[in-house]
Design a protein around this ligand. Structure first.
Ligand SMILES: N[C@@H]1[C@@H](O)[C@H](O)[C@@H](COP(=O)(O)O)O[C@@H]1O
Length: 242
């Protein structure tokens, strides 16, 4: 585990974007595992800036996103499909056919999860997986106390996660979908490199628990302590408890 200290959100975003950029330069046809949430927005913004300057080329890159709300149409502004297009895909030269997310509109959970696992398998697995961390230690939508051995599966979102994400749904928890499809911890652990971004005081406790506490399904991110190439880029506040 490697911990990189950043001064603030902007510095965290630039450092993370540098690592992603290096991955794409070293292997132009790499598979990037991508994440949503507020934290990686600055990282995507930086990648778009460097793309506009001609410093990074996504023409051969394939992406697989971590998760998607179940039951939300793609076109919904808060679907992760929309999030990714708004923050990254619409602004760079990635091929539309190289973009992969779970399909939240397929209500047949078994079929959709099997399809998504096959997609990840067929692209050869993930070279670099970007992650944020939920307040309860979730990664993707792998909530506390789920088995570490799972591939893509359907989850019931915890109350805390619905509360945290309602800010994207007019502050109304009733509008937040209650389920999601998520890549499982097994798949995340199979990524060849894992890069987590964390910022702000609100993440300080969970960062300490996850990376300086026991490895336990109660804190899903704690399993990353066992990953052979795990990098955490955190700002001063997120790393203030360690
Ligand atoms: N599914 C996403 C996670 O991938 C993300 O890490 C988490 C934290 O989000 P934020 O970065 O906004 O704190 O939110 C959501 O639940």
């Amino acid at each position: 585990m490697k911990i990189i200290r950043a001064k603030d959100y902007y510095d965290m975003s630039r450092k993370a974007a540098n690592i992603i950029s290096a991955q794409v330069i070293m292997k132009p046809n790499c598979v990037l595992g991508l994440a949503t949430g507020g934290t990686p927005v600055g990282t995507y913004k930086q990648l778009v800036e460097w793309y506009n300057k001609g410093d990074i080329d996504f023409s051969e890159v394939t992406t697989v996103n971590l998760d998607e709300y179940r039951g939300l149409p793609k076109e919904h502004p808060e679907s992760y499909w929309s999030f990714m297009h708004r923050n990254l895909f619409d602004h760079v030269n990635i091929r539309p056919e190289a973009i992969n997310l779970p399909d939240g509109t397929n209500m047949d959970a078994d079929a959709e999860c099997a399809r998504y696992d096959a997609v990840i398998h067929n692209v050869g697995g993930v070279d670099l997986q970007l992650l944020g961390i939920g307040n309860d230690g979730h990664i993707g939508f792998n909530e506390p106390n789920e088995a570490f051995e799972l591939g893509t599966h359907c989850v019931d979102l915890k109350e805390e996660t619905i509360e945290a994400n309602k800010r994207f749904f007019d502050g109304n928890a009733d509008l937040v979908p209650k389920q999601a499809y998520t890549m499982g911890i097994k798949t995340i652990m199979q990524a060849r490199k894992v890069l987590m971004v964390a910022n702000g005081k609100g993440k300080a406790d969970i960062v300490k628990k996850a990376f300086f506490g026991p490895v336990t399904p109660e804190v899903p991110a704690s399993i990353l302590q066992m990953h052979p190439d795990f990098i955490l880029v955190g700002d001063e506040e997120a790393l203030s408890e360690i």
